[in-house]
Design a protein around this ligand. Structure first.
Ligand SMILES: Nc1ncnc2c1ncn2[C@@H]1O[C@H](COP(=O)(O)OP(=O)(O)OP(=O)(O)O)[C@@H](O)[C@H]1O
Length: 607
């Protein structure tokens, strides 16, 4: 499956409707990891309690004021006097009620602000932890993990967690208090009206439950369609050249058309569920409210209810019904956020690279002696690829690694750079086991030029200086000259300050490779690893690259992954690999004399 499809699949797998596997464990860990923010959370809790308390008190107080004013009005009608609101008779209470509302709003703002900064602090910390963790993870982790999944951890999951903490948790806290408080008040006012309210809310909740499976299904279908369209767009973009080359534009746009039509259909259904069915369910609540209004009106006329209580009761109905109707959504989004957090923690718990030696041996500038002694290795312990690799190289020698595809050439280099750990034996640089050095010290003695060049969005000078941050302009130019790329750079619109696009698509593959050679010249390593250019560059550029590489190899130990036998005849050591192992080694003459696999291959190409 392509990487694009993988990414789309990752998104589909991590949609909004999942459940955490170990919710309590995750919550406990979150609690422990935010120890420094507990005071802030305590303030939030106090604020939530006060906010809920005031929200419950306010309608009660408003009932008192309305009744007071209503009685005053009735009195003035009977007395024939004019109605007045004095400070003592209502005015003071109105101001007090306004202050109450103001305090409620202030507490709401305070808790929202504190929760937002809590969530942002946490998300910043997790983001830092993730990016530091990614640097400590072995390459084997990246081999088995989809890029989309890692991106999803650092973007979607973090956002979801932050959002849930910021708004979801607050809503959940206040909802509980609000529903309980409002119901208590409602029961105090009228048991009958409250029972009517509960009956209708119960029916609405049951209906929501009934259709939620269907809503969920159509939302999932839509999400799948979105992923599908994304994958198609990515595919069409990244494969645009091949699509044109094979005249597949029509089929490609047909596929796209089909995917977008499916998306439109799924969106229509999902929108119908959300926009038509949900309001219909809300209607049930509204019917309940109408019935309450009729009953309450009757009670009012019979004098069993005051006007103040009548209006206060409706305030409580509103306060209780909103959290109740939103409860399912809130619980859902909290669960989905917990699942996200769980995935983040899982990434943070991944096994890291083995630790560096406590007292590492330091090799400042290696001479370049390299030895593989009884090396045993497999990408997974149960599938050993290399059984017993032995060879040694003297400073300045050129080693050519030859073998058909999948023979293990890249793997050998991966081990030399300690990108993977050995299952047995040792690799020795200048007499020191590379495990006794720090990885960064080891790698500082190596320079690599791979076919798969990596240049980043930045100037040419910055790209060359990647191997030696802070290098002077003269050094950069000298390196470019040595790599035979200086002339080309000068033809660029802004010379060394020309900005390369993100994938360096504005320059050719050969030029990219020459720039990476310049990069290695600049850091001047003792040992170099070269992946010979294959047919992806034209003959002239290939000759230029060949010359630059030859220059780079001078006075350095070099490992060359050779694709053409003609270029390795002068190698001091040829390693002929097959199925992960070295089956023959020696100079070109030695191997021809041995009349083995290498000789067969050589004569089959040059006979
Ligand atoms: N990261 C990895 N995880 C698991 N297996 C791998 C990994 N990289 C390579 N392999 C396997 O190890 C074997 C050797 O692969 P390697 O890339 O070293 O071969 P190669 O000689 O460099 O091939 P090529 O010339 O095609 O690049 C192959 O069977 C390959 O499938």
């Amino acid at each position: 499956m392509s990487e694009n499809n993988n990414n789309a699949q990752v998104l589909t797998e991590e949609m909004d409707f999942e459940r955490p596997d170990h919710a309590w464990q995750t919550i406990r860990r979150l609690w422990r990891s935010t120890g420094d923010q507990h005071k802030r959370l305590a303030v939030v809790l106090v604020s939530v309690i006060l906010y809920t308390f005031l929200s419950i008190i306010a309608p009660l107080y408003s009932a008192y004021i309305v009744d007071l004013l209503w009685n005053n009005i009735k009195e003035t009608i009977t007395n024939g006097s004019t109605f007045q609101v004095t400070w003592a008779a209502g005015g003071r209470d109105i101001v007090f009620l306004l202050l109450l509302y103001l305090a409620t709003a202030l507490f709401y703002t305070l808790q929202s602000f504190l929760m937002a900064s809590f969530a942002e602090n946490l998300s910043l910390r997790l983001r830092t932890e993730i990016s530091e963790k990614l640097n400590r993870l072995p390459l084997a982790f990246f081999d088995r993990t989809k890029t989309g999944a890692i991106l999803s951890r650092t973007v979607n999951d973090l956002d979801k967690t932050a959002e849930a903490l910021q708004t979801g948790m607050l809503k959940l806290f206040t909802a509980v208090g609000m529903v309980i408080g409002s119901l208590v008040m409602m029961f105090r006012f009228s048991i009958l009206l409250t029972l009517v309210f509960l009956a209708f809310t119960g029916i609405a909740l049951a209906a929501t439950n009934f259709v939620s499976a269907k809503t969920l299904q159509s939302a999932m279908k839509r999400q799948q369609c979105v992923s599908n369209v994304t994958a198609r767009v990515e595919e069409a973009y990244s494969g645009r050249v091949i699509i044109k080359a094979f005249n597949q534009e029509e089929i490609s746009s047909e596929n796209m058309h089909k995917a977008t039509e499916e998306l439109a259909e799924a969106t229509k259904k999902a929108d119908f569920m959300i926009n038509a069915i949900n309001p219909a369910i809300r209607m049930i609540n509204r019917f309940g409210q109408v019935l309450i209004a009729v009953l309450a009106g009757k009670m009012l006329l019979e004098g069993r209810l005051t006007v103040g209580v009548f209006q206060a009761f409706f305030q409580y109905v509103n306060q209780a019904s909103e959290p109740l109707t939103e409860a399912a959504y809130m619980v859902n989004s909290m669960q989905s956020a917990l699942a996200s957090l769980e995935r983040i923690y899982k990434l943070l718990d991944e096994e890291e690279l083995s630790s560096e030696p406590a007292f590492p041996s330091v090799v400042e500038q290696a001479k370049g002696t390299v030895e593989f002694r009884d090396v045993r290795f497999g990408y997974t312990p149960d599938n050993i690829l290399m059984h017993n690799i032995n060879f040694s190289v003297k400073p300045g020698q050129k080693v050519a690694i030859v073998g058909s595809t999948g023979a293990g050439k890249t793997t050998l280099i991966n081990l030399l750079m300690r990108f993977y750990e050995l299952n047995g034996g040792k690799i020795i640089l200048d007499g020191i086991d590379i495990r006794d050095m720090t990885r960064s010290n080891l790698r500082s003695n190596f320079g690599m030029v791979l076919q798969d060049t990596w240049l980043f969005g930045g100037t040419i000078a910055e790209n060359i200086a990647y191997s030696k941050p802070g290098a002077a302009r003269e050094e950069i130019i000298a390196a470019a000259k040595a790599a035979r790329v200086d002339f080309f750079v000068r033809t660029m619109p802004h010379g060394y300050d020309t900005v390369l696009s993100n994938d360096a698509e504005n320059i050719s593959i050969g030029q990219r490779q020459l720039l990476t050679i310049a990069r290695v010249f600049l850091c001047n390593p003792a040992v170099i690893i070269l992946d010979e250019a294959t047919s992806s560059v034209d003959t002239r550029t290939e000759i230029e690259i060949g010359k630059a590489m030859k220059e780079l190899m001078k006075n350095r130990t070099s490992f060359v992954i050779a694709h053409r036998l003609s270029t390795i005849i002068d190698a001091d050591l040829i390693l002929f690999m097959q199925n992960g192992n070295i089956i023959e080694q020696g100079t070109h003459e030695d191997l021809l004399k041995a009349k083995g696999a290498y000789a067969d291959l050589y004569y089959s190409q040059f006979a």
